[in-house]
Design a protein around this ligand. Structure first.
Ligand code: ARG
Length: 492
């Protein structure tokens, strides 16, 4: 193996220093993008009249036949690896490959190409997951379950409402990914090492060959900025935080003391010692995985914060963290989608928990205010006293005794009475959910509309993805077409 760079300038590198500073072991995802960039660059040099057809053709041929299963780890990075492969094929002509470019603009471009694909991929995974959440919401549109604040039973909601809360959060991540995509999809090529090149290259043309919508305007910014990558890692973190929160909800609600949610066996494990155990382990690993993804972002920001302009090798250490975050998010979305497909809601248990815990106390106070005319704060106090007395005396909320306690408390504020039937209707969790028709609340008619709106939104997102993939496909065909024409001696 020859070292292409040190030439006559430097003595040999200490192998330990090479190993310490090389990125080759983490560069595999960049290989194909780097080959494509090199092709686009040779075409640009040719079209600008800076490289003769014969030379361009030989280099393109060499690039075209690169087929490796693993990268040569004795080389510093994927950029030098590709240059070396070309040189092995075509000899010193391969030396034209780096004319008018640098690893600095090339690496940022290659990362952007990988991230671009990953974003489209992630959006599809999120569309699949949100489609499933909508479907499950439709299936469980009026199944009641408890909501919690401070991890204490709050008010009745439906399983659909709970599912759609997460659907809404993940939808915002789809939007974030689309926005991030715009910033990722800009080409640094032409910025070269950091200050551009004396060569008269058409940056826009090279960008177009690589499917980019724009070029990064400032050459220093182009080679040294990774905000597009940090933003991407933040969106990955945001996705994982949502998955983690949902996991935590599931862990809590599938606990056998709550028992409102059932996790499929296929996503649970048991104990080697306690045969009664059913542990929801997927939702534990997803919770931990989100921590790792968030810490990758944090680590990347720490690497980034003190870097002077322009390129510094520190940037290299951020890249594999982004790959790792992607792998974790992608896997989590996949396994989570499967787990959710089999998730069940125990409505009977949900109702029990809701009634036992006086989950409609706010409705009761509202009723007493609106129908009986007691100011809300007084109603709040009298309902509070009734609940306290019921708990202390172990009186079941859905009993005549409980009703009598309420009537007694009511009597302290008004001579008006409340009928037993009305009392029973108010403490019914299903009734409570149906009456909450305010926009955004869980009543099934609201939910139905929301599901339909969300379904339409996903169709639009999917269409946008298809169009973008088609556009990228066309750019890549244009690139390959130009390669063929130069190799075949045709006019391009
Ligand atoms: N391996 C480097 C990276 O991933 C490529 C750029 C190296 N540039 C340099 N001037 N040493 O960032």
């Amino acid at each position: 193996m020859v070292d292409l760079l040190r030439g006559r300038r430097l003595e040999d590198i200490d192998p330990l220093a090479l190993d310490y500073t090389a990125s080759i072991k983490q560069d595999a995802p960049l290989l194909n993008p780097v080959i494509a960039i090199n092709k686009a660059h040779i075409i640009s040099l040719f079209e600008a009249g800076l490289l003769e057809r014969e030379k361009a053709s030989q280099i393109l041929k060499a690039l075209d036949v690169i087929q490796v299963t693993s990268l040569d780890t004795r080389v510093e990075d994927v950029h030098m690896f590709v240059e070396q492969l070309v040189k092995e094929k075509v000899g010193s002509i391969g030396g034209f490959l780096n004319l008018g470019k640098s690893r600095n603009d090339q690496v940022s471009t290659a990362i952007r190409i990988v991230v671009r694909e990953s974003i489209l991929d992630l959006i599809v995974s999120l569309i699949n997951l949100t489609n499933l959440l909508q479907l499950k919401a439709a299936e469980n549109i009026d199944k009641v379950m408890p909501s919690y604040t401070h991890l204490q039973v709050a008010q009745p909601i439906t399983a659909a409402h709970w599912l759609l809360a997460y659907e809404n959060m993940l939808k915002r991540d789809i939007d974030r990914l689309f926005q991030n995509y715009e910033r990722v999809n800009s080409s640094p090529m032409g910025a070269a090492a950091c200050a551009g090149t004396t060569l008269n290259l058409d940056r826009y043309f090279e960008a177009e060959l690589l499917g980019f919508n724009s070029v990064v305007a400032n050459s220093l910014d182009a080679v040294s900025s990774r905000d597009f990558l940090l933003e991407y890692m933040w969106v990955l973190s945001s996705i994982m935080l949502t998955i983690s929160r949902m996991s935590e909800d599931i862990n809590f609600m599938c606990n056998n003391e709550v028992g409102v949610i059932k996790v499929p066996d296929a996503y649970s494990s048991t104990s080697s010692a306690m045969p009664q155990k059913k542990n929801s382990v997927v939702t534990e690993i997803s919770r931990a995985s989100s921590a790792m993804v968030a810490s990758n972002l944090f680590g990347a920001m720490c690497v980034y914060k003190g870097l002077p302009l322009s390129y510094n090798l520190d940037l290299q250490e951020i890249t594999p963290k982004a790959w790792e975050s992607y792998e974790r998010a992608k896997k989590s979305l996949e396994v989570f989608t499967r787990l959710l497909a089999g998730l069940e809601f125990d409505e009977k248990r949900g109702e029990e928990v809701l009634i036992q815990n006086f989950s409609t106390a706010m409705e009761l106070a509202e009723y007493i205010t609106i129908k009986v005319g007691v100011p809300f704060r007084d109603a709040h106090h009298l309902v509070g006293s009734y609940i306290k007395r019921c708990i202390e005396n172990r009186i079941a909320p859905a009993s005549k005794n409980a009703y009598e306690v309420l009537v007694e408390e009511l009597g302290k504020y008004t001579s008006k009475v409340m009928r037993f039937d009305d009392y029973l209707a108010i403490i019914d969790p299903k009734g409570s959910v149906i009456k909450k028709t305010i926009y955004g609340a869980p009543t099934p008619s609201n939910t139905e509309k929301m599901i339909e709106e969300r379904r339409q939104q996903n169709l639009k997102y999917m269409k946008a993805i298809e169009q973008e993939r088609e556009r990228l496909g066309k750019a890549s065909s244009m690139l390959e077409d130009k390669v063929k024409k130069i190799i075949g001696g045709e006019k391009s």
